[in-house]
Design a protein around this ligand. Structure first.
Ligand SMILES: [Zn+2]
Length: 284
């Protein structure tokens, strides 16, 4: 068995690879053992996932939505006491309940105890629906890793599919972008398609919050001329929504124009909710 990324022997792999980090609420999307070798797994955790998860907007989102990491910790956010004194906002999950707390520095605590403040307020930054993450190398490498792993997962039941993805040279640029950071600017599309807290009705009639959903989109935007030159120009995009933030990445190269064109031609409806995905979930 070989690793999806470095293509080296991965038969002695010991750790499983989460396609989406556990710190973003993923407990179920796990690749079969050996799809990603331990060395690449460790590298991704340190150099690709960590920088993404440590972005301030991601910390705020995880704090608000109370998403713990695998050690059951939620990021600590800096707040301000009376608009000027830094305090730490803490959330813990104890027996399934969210416990909110504030860590106040000792000197400030003494002043509060001495009744020095007439009014007391605590403010903190928030992740709001208008928060739009900008495309950057941190984001595109994170998406590149998830995209290639999702493809391997999608094709898992097909014989030799892992070898085919490993040997397919058209995936080398995105593989190396995830693995080595080559190609500095890999443009991605990022936008909000629904509110963070939106409740969705699922097919069995239950109601739930959508944490993540993803799919692949094959565009065939130049059909007329493709027929003329007897070849179909098609691009493969990976599209994923995290709490209603939609990210799209081109699996074949660092260009996003084809995706933007597809969106324009399809009323800006996300491929996650278009065509075959239309009836998967119905809007509440
Ligand atoms: Zn590897």
């Amino acid at each position: 068995m070989r690793c999806l990324f470095c293509k080296k022997d991965s038969s002695s792999t010991k750790s499983v690879e989460h396609i989406i980090p556990e710190s973003l609420g993923n407990k179920t999307l796990i690749l079969p053992l050996g799809y990603v070798c331990d060395k690449c797994n460790n590298y991704f955790a340190r150099e690709v996932e960590k920088p993404f998860l440590e972005r301030l907007d991601m910390q705020l989102l995880r704090f608000q939505e109370a998403v713990p990491n695998k050690k059951n910790r939620i990021p600590i956010i800096q707040g301000l006491f009376n608009g000027e004194y830094p305090v730490k906002m803490q959330r813990d999950i104890v027996n399934g309940e969210i416990i909110n707390g504030v860590q106040i520095p000792e000197a400030l605590f003494k002043r509060i105890a001495n009744n020095e403040f007439e009014n007391m307020t605590i403010t903190m930054p928030a992740f709001i629906d208008d928060t739009i993450i900008k495309s950057s190398r941190v984001v595109s490498r994170f998406l590149a890793k998830i995209a290639l792993e999702s493809l391997a997962m999608r094709l898992e039941s097909i014989e030799n599919s892992l070898d085919e993805i490993i040997d397919d040279k058209q995936f080398d640029p995105i593989r190396d972008h995830a693995r080595l950071g080559t190609i500095k600017d890999w443009s991605c599309s990022i936008r909000r398609i629904y509110n963070i807290e939106r409740q969705w009705k699922d097919v069995v009639g239950g109601v739930s919050q959508m944490i993540h959903e993803s799919d692949f989109l094959l565009t065939n935007y130049d059909e007329a001329s493709a027929v003329a030159c007897n070849e179909v120009q098609s691009e493969m995009y990976f599209v994923i929504a995290l709490w209603g933030m939609e990210f799209a990445i081109n699996m074949g190269g660092p260009y996003i124009e084809g995706y933007e064109k597809w969106l324009k031609e399809h009323g800006n409806v996300s491929p996650l909710h278009y065509g075959k995905n239309k009836d998967f979930i119905s809007k509440q």
